[in-house]
Ligand binder design. Structure first.
Ligand code: HEC
Length: 248
């Protein structure tokens, strides 16, 4: 007779884990749960405001990854916080110049003089503002906003994939010890966050070139958040509430 067999079978399920293992899993779940909430808050704050309105939307995602290609920073500012800095005719001339590709010849034939007259009193004097004292210096602001660079996409993608795969691995590992889910449901729940993570990162790259894919990013984020929430909450429930119910 193998007297260890029944105990071993029990230990492999969440409701009957020893206290120390439950402490380990619970600590992990709490930190990861708060981490996911913080990640959500951070996304709202950095990307959520990209379209000027609070809350993440498809427009925010398009502005972040694809950029706002109908306008340059120069145009946006001249219609926004810099609108009182030059007469309307001058502003229109500068905006037209930027829209038409910000050519060197245009700069030499008057645009440069406008910047000298209307902008250089601050831009070039106030520290921290871009100094608009030469063609080269103005060019970046005149360029069309094409969103995230491929460089930073590659960097953020690999950090995101490696880091979050780690989180999902342990979340799934713990949830794998849950009782009461049929093995198909359990497997789907465990696999879902990984699938949505891939979809999420893929959608950033697609959106970089095709803004229509921005909604995939939303689906990806919502998908893995939901699947993780189900696993984290049911793991907590099974470790702490179920044992109480069973003992009564
Ligand atoms: C009275 C000072 C002043 C003048 C004159 C001025 N600016 Fe500005 N500019 C600022 C300040 C302050 C900021 C930063 C705050 C902001 O973005 O609104 C700024 C920001 C900008 C930015 C965004 C820079 C960045 O990197 O975020 C652009 C573009 C710009 N100005 C264009 C212009 C142009 C073009 C003119 C001339 C028609 C001009 N500004 C004249 C003070 C000035």
């Amino acid at each position: 007779m193998d007297t260890h067999a029944p105990t071993q079978a029990l230990i492999s399920e969440l409701p009957s884990l020893p206290l120390s293992t439950r402490a380990l899993f619970t600590g992990y779940i709490l930190v990861v749960g708060i981490g996911l909430l913080m990640a959500g808050a951070q996304v709202q704050l950095t990307h959520g405001m990209a379209d000027g309105e609070l809350g993440i939307s498809v427009d925010d995602i398009v502005y972040s990854y694809y950029g706002n290609r109908s306008s340059s920073q120069l145009e946006a500012k001249l219609n926004g916080s810099m609108q009182d800095k030059a007469p309307t005719a001058v502003k229109r001339e500068i905006i037209m110049w930027a829209q038409q590709g910000a050519a060197r010849s245009g700069w030499d034939q008057g645009i440069g003089a406008h910047f000298q007259q209307y902008c250089a009193s601050c831009h070039g004097v106030i520290p921290g503002l871009p100094a608009f004292d030469s063609y080269q210096a103005v060019l970046p602001a005149a360029e069309i906003d094409t969103g995230t660079t491929v460089d930073s996409l590659a960097r953020v993608s690999h950090i995101h994939l490696f880091g979050i795969a780690f989180i999902f691995f342990f979340v799934g590992y713990i949830f794998n010890l849950a009782v009461g889910f049929c093995s198909v449901t359990k497997s789907l729940l465990i696999f879902t966050p990984f699938a949505f993570l891939l979809l999420d990162v893929l959608s950033w790259w697609l959106t970089k070139w095709f803004p229509g894919f921005a909604w995939l990013t939303l689906i990806g984020g919502v998908g893995y958040s939901l699947a993780s929430a189900v696993m984290l909450l049911s793991s907590l429930y099974q470790m702490w509430v179920m044992p109480l119910k069973r003992s009564h």
